[in-house]
Design a binder for this molecule. Structure first.
Ligand code: E4P
Length: 214
């Protein structure tokens, strides 16, 4: 499973990638806006920090300017994956980019039929938003399972990138459901390693070792 960090904060990302467990990064306009730094400069800095895919999202909504913006983003760095909204114009742009061999991440996917269209448009990744579906009382994880099945039924190569992950259990369930990738906030990443029995077990091993004086 590819593991991405959902952030545009360079310092936060630096801390997360240091352990060598992070495969890439996803950003969105809200996350970039929070940094207060210029968009392109931020994308390049993230790409240089992470040796893997970095999703950078277009903000144009009509197909022609969206394609132009997408090409500009793709030209910034070889690691850029162009993030496009799951709209008619977004999918039209996705097709054009796929035909040129440019990697894409179709975002804001809330149904399996939307995901089917993203795959038909040649998306490299599709991002189903688990947490935001849970927020409105729908089972977000069902969408991961449905997409897995639809893509497997037809041999689509589009990768299911579980997004809008709010806690470690979301990540586990997405992995069990066969998501190819997941993007998680830095706070969730920090919690993945922790288990109280690991801490108390290590404490006991070290105490016994010290007592033995070997
Ligand atoms: C994915 O690429 C999005 O940036 C992200 O996962 C959205 O998460 P949120 O619903 O917590 O904002």
């Amino acid at each position: 499973m590819e593991l991405f960090i959902d952030s545009a904060d360079i310092e936060e990302l630096r801390r997360c990638v240091a352990g060598g467990l992070v495969d890439g990064v996803t950003t969105n306009p809200s996350l970039v806006a929070k940094t207060g730094r210029p968009f392109h400069e931020t994308v390049v800095a993230i790409c240089e920090l992470v040796g893997g895919p970095v999703s950078a999202e277009v903000t144009a909504t009509d197909a022609a300017p969206m394609l132009e913006q997408a090409r500009e983003l793709a030209a910034l760095h070889e690691h850029v994956v162009v993030k496009l909204p799951l709209t008619r114009d977004g999918l039209q742009t996705c097709r054009a980019l796929a035909d040129d061999g440019i990697k894409t991440n179709v975002t804001l996917c809330f149904s399996a039929v939307q995901g089917l269209l993203a795959a038909k448009a040649g998306a490299t990744y599709v991002s189903p938003f688990i947490g935001r579906l849970d927020d409105i009382g729908q089972a977000g994880m069902d969408l991961i399972r449905d997409l897995r099945q639809v893509y497997d039924n037809y041999g689509f190569e589009t990768k299911v990138l579980a997004a809008s992950i709010r806690h470690t259990e979301h990540l586990l369930q997405a992995a069990l459901a066969g998501a190819d990738a997941a993007t998680i906030p830095a706070g969730v990443f920090d919690k993945l390693l922790n288990h109280p029995l690991t801490d108390s077990g290590l404490e006991r091993f070290l105490a016994d070792w010290k007592k033995a004086g070997l």
